[in-house]
Design a protein around this ligand. Structure first.
Ligand SMILES: Cc1cc2nc3c(=O)[nH]c(=O)nc-3n(C[C@H](O)[C@H](O)[C@H](O)COP(=O)(O)O)c2cc1C
Length: 234
């Protein structure tokens, strides 16, 4: 197949998957800078560019991981209440409903099935959940913040910035996992980032080279058919 600008984009979109196991291969700092510079060509309402990106590696990344894992463990063991850690904005509904509840379950159980984890294995599930907070061993973590007084449009713009990063990364042999799971722990993360009180954590992301020997990376959830989500009107 001749690679044109059109099918290159298509190939990158179809080959991007959320990766949940990375090798320890480091990412050249210039590649990270280049990714972010190009990703910032994402559109934003009235060009407000309502994003700030923190790149964590080395010691800052380790401190965040250690403190968030300690907090997640203390919730799991019942030493501390879940309500002590809540996200700065509602990412998910407080009450799930159909058809989203089923899709969410299918995604979760599909992932655990690939790992051979059954519904009874609570501890194994918890350990897998904690892998989020090690950035799935990726050498680079990204945190996206916006101004807390901005509204939904800012989060839409950040989503577009994130998608650009994920596609640009994929095009150069890198992989990513967007991670809203960090949001609950914003009170731990934001001071380590040196973020101001005006900022709100929107999402995290792992960035690195995929470990294709890990079976979790073969998990590719399906999509609805076109007929299920598109409506064509004349
Ligand atoms: C904003 C956002 C936040 C997400 N947060 C997490 C997360 O915290 N942990 C995780 O393992 N996956 C997370 N995901 C990945 C989704 O589970 C994944 O995109 C979905 O299952 C579709 O799979 P795919 O990305 O491989 O196509 C997130 C995705 C998005 C878009």
């Amino acid at each position: 197949m001749e690679l044109t600008a059109n099918n290159l984009v298509e190939a990158v979109i179809l080959n991007r998957h959320s990766v949940r196991a990375f090798t320890d291969q480091t990412v050249d700092p210039e590649i990270i800078q280049d990714l972010l510079r190009k990703a910032s060509y994402a559109p934003s309402g009235t060009n407000t560019q309502p994003w700030k990106v923190y790149v964590v590696q080395g010691n800052s990344k380790l401190r965040i991981s250690q403190q968030v894992i300690a907090a997640a463990d203390s919730i799991y063991s019942g030493q501390c209440s879940r309500s002590e850690f809540s996200a700065p904005y509602l990412y998910y509904p407080e009450q799930w409903f159909e058809p989203y509840m089923s899709r969410r379950r299918e995604n979760g159980w599909g992932m655990y099935a690939v790992l051979g984890i059954s519904k009874q294995q609570r501890e194994e599930m918890h350990q897998q959940q904690l892998r989020n907070f090690k950035f799935f061993d990726a050498p680079v973590g990204l945190f996206f913040t916006t101004h807390r007084q901005l509204e939904a449009g800012a989060k839409m713009a950040i989503a577009m910035l994130m998608q650009n990063i994920m596609l640009l990364a994929k095009a150069q042999g890198l992989d990513t996992c967007p991670q809203a799971s960090w949001n609950d722990y914003h009170k731990i993360i934001m001071p380590i980032l040196g973020a101001t009180d005006d900022e709100q954590l929107v999402c995290g992301m792992s960035l690195g080279y995929a470990d294709m020997n890990e079976k979790i990376n073969s998990f590719h959830p399906s999509r609805l058919s076109l007929e299920e989500f598109a409506v064509f009107l004349q």
